[in-house]
Design a protein around this ligand. Sequence first.
Ligand SMILES: Cc1cc2nc3c(=O)[nH]c(=O)nc-3n(C[C@H](O)[C@H](O)[C@H](O)COP(=O)(O)OP(=O)(O)OC[C@H]3O[C@@H](n4cnc5c(N)ncnc54)[C@H](O)[C@@H]3O)c2cc1C
Length: 389
Amino acid sequence: MKEEYDIIVVGAGPAGTIAAQYAAKEGSSVLVLEKDRDVGYPVRCAEAINREGLEAFIKPDPKWINAEITKFGFVAPNGKKVIIDLGKVEGYMLERRIFDYELAKIASEAGAEILTRTYVNGLILEDGKVTGVKYEFRGQQMEVRAKIVIGADGVESRVGKWAGLETCVDFRDMECCFQVTAANVQCDQDTLFFYFGKEVAPEGYFWVFPKGEGTANIGLGVSGGIGKKRSALSYLNSNLEKFFPTANILTQVAGGVPSVITLEEIAAPGIMLVGDAARQVNPLSGGGISSGMIGGSIAGKLAAQSIKNNNLNYIKKYPKEWHKARGKKHKILDKLKDGIYSFTDEQFNKLIESLIKLPSKKRTIGRFFIIALANKPSLLKEIVKVFVI
Ligand SMILES: Cc1cc2nc3c(=O)[nH]c(=O)nc-3n(C[C@H](O)[C@H](O)[C@H](O)COP(=O)(O)OP(=O)(O)OC[C@H]3O[C@@H](n4cnc5c(N)ncnc54)[C@H](O)[C@@H]3O)c2cc1C
């Protein structure tokens, strides 16, 4: 290990290892520091990803794909169900334990060094600029310097805060999630199911995602405001009893999802934030794998170019490029989230019944949102604002 690197990445999740890969490919020396013993474990994710978002970065491999998704299922509070057939594979269920590991391997092949069981516990700051990190490795406190540090330390990120960036999320926007991976579950292997309603998951949704014959990731997210009154686990237990009474729980996981738009500040002298640390999650779905990889790729590339050209202006391009790639879309999705999660059970029933009435070829995700907007015209005004601000 060297005393100084061009770039240090804190966290070896998908956002971090993609940033490392893109920076190393541009010729930078890169070190990735990961606090856990294993890259990719523990998994805190329902493991669904859209096809385009995945294939932009890596060719799907049966080694880490559990299911190919061709349909979405929506279940109304009154129990009525509609299936939207996407006509072809539009998503995948990942085995993230292997997927994250694979991304780390690719970063390493590109030239990045990766060190696990390394807990970053502070930054080195000089003249208002981040110049390295402090970390604990095998019981010893150590330091390593870098021209740029990329904070990819996930939802509980502290790197941004240490650098003086405003990273707080209102607790109401922090979706409280609880999920089990269960066996002895009958579910379609090509469909992602979403259940809505005050009983199953107020201000959020309950999901059933296939993980191979007889198994599924079953979980839910509720807003921080709801989670304060009744825990996500308590909602999940009632849903399991009601919908999957014979399920055997193999693993369980709790976690937060920052269902918000991206932070105002995601770059400052010597520091960039990516993935959950930058709040780059899709605020409507809570999905953060593909958007984190997009953020990671932009940041990694710009960081390396900044060093290559000895010009910090490349870092300054990061917020703008992110905004163009995803940030603007997230603002619209955030408005949609606020509208849809405030639907009454009756509005959800009406929405799903309207879809059921359509011939199956006309049932699309776009139509889902058009009908949702018709149920809440005030939402449209909010969305239009995103385009003009
Ligand atoms: C229950 C649940 C279900 C979800 N389902 C989906 C889904 O189906 N699809 C989807 O796209 N997204 C989903 N998400 C969100 C998704 O998991 C995250 O958005 C994604 O993992 C973000 O990637 P990341 O690389 O930013 O962070 P992470 O994957 O969280 O990686 C951060 C890494 O940083 C390390 N780290 C943290 N602090 C330090 C430190 N101080 N020093 C060193 N290392 C550190 C961590 O150990 C971790 O390995 C879900 C989240 C939850 C909680």
